[in-house]
Design a protein around this ligand. Structure first.
Ligand code: SF4
Ligand code: SF4
Length: 272
């Protein structure tokens, strides 16, 4: 083997670092979960809630369609006639018993699609776990939203801001056939605490006038942007420099704060 071939073989050693070096130039995607949570996609399927109308009446009419369509057979509903003097829901009947077994639920959202009154929807909360079977079976007492229209928070659930956003605004955002002319049309009723939820803008890049007011999937997914969607300063080697500058500025700020604290202590010591 000639000397040049030997040198080339030796230098091949550095080829092993290629993947590592390439990764260093890419934006960091690791986050400190669960302390830091990324915004969830608008259509995340999480823990269910039973909604109420803006006047406080329950939306569920006890029709059992959700239980009938559930592929995991995890919903149990029993309807009862509304007391004429003190009706629980508009119409004849209401959901007297309502249970979901979350040990079985696969969060397919078929119950949400089937419900004729948008009574059952899914929040974005999926960070909940149980230590016994009883806790996993949510009854109406846990599923029904409170008097402020917001979901009740169980001790074993980790709710964060945004987990109850847009929970029902996507349900009928398009026609069953997917016709774009249905995009942005509201076809659901108002909810206690939220009013009429705005429809999502959907997939159109340039929606017509009134739809510009409603939220776009892309805008609510800042942490899920494609590389091409990121600002120039946050990409590749520029991104590395950008993040290093940020870290340096934070370190300097910490140093200044420490200096001020030392000076304060020294002054206090001198006065004493
Ligand atoms: S999300 Fe799917 S599996 Fe879960 S309760 Fe609804 S229909 Fe059943
Ligand atoms: S949640 Fe909807 S589908 Fe299920 S029983 Fe109530 S009204 Fe019917």
């Amino acid at each position: 083997m000639g000397i040049f071939e030997e040198m080339r073989e030796e230098l091949n050693f550095f080829g092993g670092f290629r993947v590592t070096l390439e990764q260093m130039a890419r934006p960091r995607v690791t986050s400190q979960y669960p302390d830091e949570k990324k915004p969830k996609p608008p259509r995340t399927h999480g823990r269910h809630v039973l909604n109420r109308y803006e006047d406080g009446m329950e939306k569920c009419i006890g029709c059992e369609l959700c239980a009938g369509v559930c592929p995991a057979d995890c919903i149990y509903v029993r309807g009862a006639s509304n007391p004429p003097d003190d009706p629980v829901s508009p119409g004849e009947r209401y959901g007297f018993v309502y249970e979901i077994n979350f040990l079985r639920c696969i969060h397919c959202d078929m119950c949400v699609e089937a419900c004729p009154t948008q009574a059952i929807t899914e929040s974005k909360l999926f960070e909940f776990s149980f230590t016994n079977r009883a806790d996993a079976i949510y009854t109406k007492a846990e599923l029904l939203v409170g008097d402020d229209g917001h979901p009740q928070h169980m001790p074993w659930e980790d709710w964060r801001d945004g987990d109850d956003q847009n929970t029902s605004a996507w349900m009928r955002a398009t026609s069953p056939g997917g016709r774009a002319s249905y995009e942005g049309r509201v076809s659901w009723s108002g909810e206690l605490g939220y009013g009429v939820r705005a429809p999502e803008r959907g997939q159109a890049l340039d929606p017509p006038g009134p739809l510009a007011e409603v939220f776009a999937l892309r805008e609510s997914l800042a942490s899920h942007l494609l590389a091409a969607d990121r600002p120039e300063a946050e990409r590749g080697m520029k991104g590395v420099a950008y993040r290093m500058r940020g870290r340096l500025e934070k370190a300097r700020a910490r140093g200044r704060a420490r200096g001020r604290a030392r000076a304060g202590r020294a002054q206090a010591g001198g006065e004493a």
